[in-house]
Design a protein around this ligand. Structure first.
Ligand SMILES: Cc1cc2nc3c(=O)[nH]c(=O)nc-3n(C[C@H](O)[C@H](O)[C@H](O)COP(=O)(O)OP(=O)(O)OC[C@H]3O[C@@H](n4cnc5c(N)ncnc54)[C@H](O)[C@@H]3O)c2cc1C
Length: 320
């Protein structure tokens, strides 16, 4: 699906952060309610659905479909009604006052309401040595920082498309790229895995977990474990694309209320403790994390945002 031209400084009715099933369905309902709607997402292949190889239980699909295909279809359906999708990673937000602002790596986005739909692929804890060496050889963006590592030895740690694509960027710049794959195989489309295998500058290390980032003032290497066996690899730089299972709410900076276990607090209309700010999908702590449930919550949050903008509290579906 083509991305809409980047005109990000205008105020939209509904600003959605995260374009997985929750965010894309929220966009569909907001657009069909006649609301201007912008969704900012860091990349299809970064979310839980986008990285799932096969989905066989999403209603309406008799044959299994890949997670990334399903996300693309959900987005295309919303775009058909005027919803706008932008690729950017949101790093901070301001929820105070009548305008809600999200700050991305490439732009600033403003909405009269905001729906947080960033899922739960957040990391639980940094690696030993990681925080000390951020900006001193530890990076999260090869496209941004790769140039600083020309003709040097670097590693990429991760199992997603994003990690693979960034390793291919680095292979054009660095002398050697160690790909530290914490699983046996890469998640996502197999052609990317083939490209990695075919790239002479990339050395694959399967079933390899990073245990520690080494170096006092600069990255000097990593301590890894491959199927239980520990070893060290000397490096000049380390690019991390590791994911966990924690709700991604860090960019809110504590702007919305969290429960003692770090979960966003929402009411029955999926409104957070901040009026006009809603949340849906896996970013909320719940028992059943499934695409159809995330989609349903996205729909509810969008209808609630529409009613909030109209000054009504009660929900009505968009065909009423
Ligand atoms: C391996 C695996 C297999 C699964 N299999 C199934 C299955 O068979 N059937 C099923 O129904 N469910 C399955 N699930 C669960 C399902 O994928 C999730 O419940 C669903 O994707 C949640 O949707 P979501 O929109 O809340 O989050 P996600 O799908 O995670 O989408 C969140 C989006 O937010 C974006 N994002 C995150 N942070 C930022 C940021 N800071 N800035 C901008 N964008 C951001 C991400 O790029 C992503 O696109 C599976 C999950 C996994 C991990």
């Amino acid at each position: 699906m083509a991305e809409t031209a980047r005109t990000t400084d205008d105020l939209v009715d509904v600003l959605i952060i995260g374009g997985g099933p929750a965010g894309a369905t929220a966009a569909l309902y907001a657009a069909r309610a006649g609301r201007s709607c912008r969704t900012v997402d860091k990349g299809v292949a970064s979310g839980a659905l986008g990285t799932s190889r096969e989905i066989a239980n999403f209603p309406g699909f008799a044959e299994p479909i890949s997670g990334s295909d399903l996300v693309e279809r959900l987005r295309a359906q919303a775009a058909r009604y005027g919803a706008e999708f932008i690729t950017d990673r949101v790093t901070a937000a301001n929820l105070d006052g009548p305008e809600k602002t999200a700050y991305g790596s490439q732009g600033t986005y403003r909405g009269r309401t905001m729906i947080v739909a960033t899922g739960s692929m957040g990391r639980t804890a940094p690696l030993p040595g990681e925080e000390r060496l951020v900006g001193r050889g530890v990076s999260y963006c090869a496209t941004c920082d790769g140039f600083f590592f020309r003709n040097q030895v670097v590693a990429v740690a991760g199992a997603t498309d994003e990690a693979a694509e960034e390793a291919l960027v680095l292979a054009r710049l660095a002398r050697r790229v160690h790909f530290l794959l914490p699983a046996e195989a890469l998640r996502g489309p197999s052609e990317l895995a083939r490209k990695l295998e075919d790239e002479p500058a990339i050395e694959m290390h399967r079933s390899t977990r990073v245990e520690e980032v080494l170096g006092a003032d600069r990255v000097e290497g990593v301590r890894v474990k491959t199927q239980g066996v520990a070893s060290e690899i000397k490096l000049d730089g380390l690019f991390l694309y590791l994911q966990g299972a924690r709700p991604i709410v860090d960019f809110l900076g504590g702007g919305a209320g969290l429960s003692p276990d770090g979960c966003l607090v929402v009411d029955e209309l999926f409104q957070t403790t901040v009026p006009g700010v809603f949340a849906a999908g896996d970013v909320l702590c719940k028992h059943l994390k499934q695409a159809v449930i995330a989609a349903a919550e996205g729909a509810t949050a969008a209808v609630a945002a529409d009613r909030y903008l109209s000054g009504h509290a009660k929900l009505r579906p968009d065909w009423s």
